[in-house]
Design a protein around this ligand. Structure first.
Ligand SMILES: *Cc1c(COP(=O)(O)O)cnc(C)c1O
Length: 240
């Protein structure tokens, strides 16, 4: 067996296990497992792994650094020219990276300030004019449940106003909200807060239905609290 064949087998097993966990969690919550999408967080892993994951049927990939994502997206386009991956940015983003990011990213999940919204709106407009992208940039507002400035995310009280600001942008599409459960709060409590906010954002913006929540360690709890997309790195690809 070649290294690639061996890695493909590892990834296939891990993917089946993650899909099983998501399906079990959905059924336990009386939800349809088909309602919960899977974003493979491929940060630090090579494009060859992303290529194998596309062979296994995945199409959504998450990166947390603009430059690493840009390089990997280009490498994947060479490795699998027929694949149609959707690249999500899940990490803290500096405004000066917006213009390069809109050349390759489909979704930014980590939007947490009015200034970042404005930078992405302007960058997406320029990229559309230049023919560098063909669709608006999808944006999720990242919620900071404990308002810890270190990890990113907007404080709970600012989320609805930020969502309104995204929705008013011509070149952005408000997809919904995203959250990372803080370590010092029980995940049930954190995801309950996130669920409630997601409902309020949906009430104001009926198309903003995405609730991106849950990672390798807490995806069951997130699915119990309405997650429509779990973001999984370690449980799929291994320890970084
Ligand atoms: C790295 C990362 C993940 C994946 O975390 P794992 O614990 O490896 O599954 C999910 N979301 C965000 C925002 C991340 O930075």
């Amino acid at each position: 067996m070649t290294d690639q064949e061996e890695r493909r087998g590892e990834l296939a097993d891990a993917l089946a296990a993650v899909r099983g966990r998501v399906a079990d969690a959905a059924r336990a919550a009386d939800r349809d497992p088909g309602e919960v999408g899977l974003l493979a967080v491929t940060k630090t892993w090579p494009a060859s792994d992303v290529a194998l994951l596309t062979d296994l049927g995945l199409a959504a990939f998450g990166e947390n650094k603009e430059q690493e994502g840009a390089v990997k997206a280009a490498e994947l386009a060479d490795l699998r020219p027929d694949a149609a991956p959707r690249w999500h940015v899940v990490g803290r983003l500096q405004r000066n990276k917006a213009r390069s990011l809109v050349r390759w990213a489909h979704v930014v999940e980590s939007v947490d300030s009015p200034r970042l919204v404005d930078a992405l709106e302007s960058a997406a407009g320029k990229a559309l004019d230049a023919g560098e992208r063909v669709e608006p940039l999808e944006v999720l507002v990242q919620i900071s449940v404990d308002a810890d400035p270190g990890r990113g995310g907007a404080p709970v009280d600012d989320v609805e106003e930020l969502a309104d600001r995204v929705a008013a942008c011509e070149h952005l599409h408000l997809g919904g909200v995203m959250a990372v459960a803080p370590q010092d709060v029980a995940p049930e409590e954190a995801f309950a807060t996130v669920w409630e906010l997601a409902q309020r954002v949906r009430a104001a913006h009926p198309r903003a239905v995405t609730l991106s929540a849950g990672m390798s360690g807490d995806l069951e709890t997130a699915v119990a609290y309405g997650s429509t997309c779990v973001r999984v790195g370690t449980a799929l690809l291994g320890r970084r």
